[in-house]
Design a protein. Structure first.
Length: 163
């Protein structure tokens, strides 16, 4: 078994999709630990603000099988790909950030996820959930990476989330 860290985000009926996404992960992959939930601005496009968090779980699935399971869960929750979402809308986005010490670089998958240290919506909840976890390539803890995070264009604020 390896520990997987998965980013969960939504900007459509946010509270409902956060609850549904976490419940689906538990139902299909087993017990999860969750970070605090944050509200963040969209990055890379203009759209509604998101709710984001990071989930940790243990799995014996391969990286490719786990990503396929995450994509299937997104689809089951109404995720539209290829421009089919409402402008700036995403019902459920599940991204595999880390899977144990796996390092994968392929056309379809990169582990650790390359952009995880560049986005507040990923790095802050990951640092909350696993502050002492070391990045497999950078050798720094998630808390140290968050402490050094410097992009004042990205706003992030905690949500008093009612589970």
């Amino acid at each position: 078994m390896r520990r997987a860290y998965i980013s969960l985000g939504t900007n459509v009926d946010r509270a409902r999709h956060v609850r549904a996404g976490v419940a689906a992960l538990e139902a299909h992959l087993g017990p999860v630990q969750v970070s605090p939930v944050y509200e963040t601005g969209s990055v890379g496009f203009t759209g509604r603000s998101f709710y984001n968090l990071v989930v940790a779980l243990d799995t014996d699935l391969s990286p490719a099988a786990l990503v396929a399971r995450l994509k299937a869960l997104e689809d089951q929750h109404g995720r539209q790909r290829g421009g089919g979402d409402a402008p700036g809308g995403c019902t459920l986005d599940l991204d595999l950030l880390l899977l144990g010490e796996c390092i994968v670089t392929s056309e379809c998958l990169c582990l650790p996820r390359q952009d995880m240290t560049r986005h507040a919506f990923v790095l802050k909840p990951l640092a909350d959930l696993a502050p002492d976890l070391k990045h497999p390539l950078l050798g720094q803890t998630m808390q140290a990476l968050w402490t050094r995070f410097d992009d004042d264009r990205q706003w992030i604020r905690p949500v008093a989330f009612a589970w």
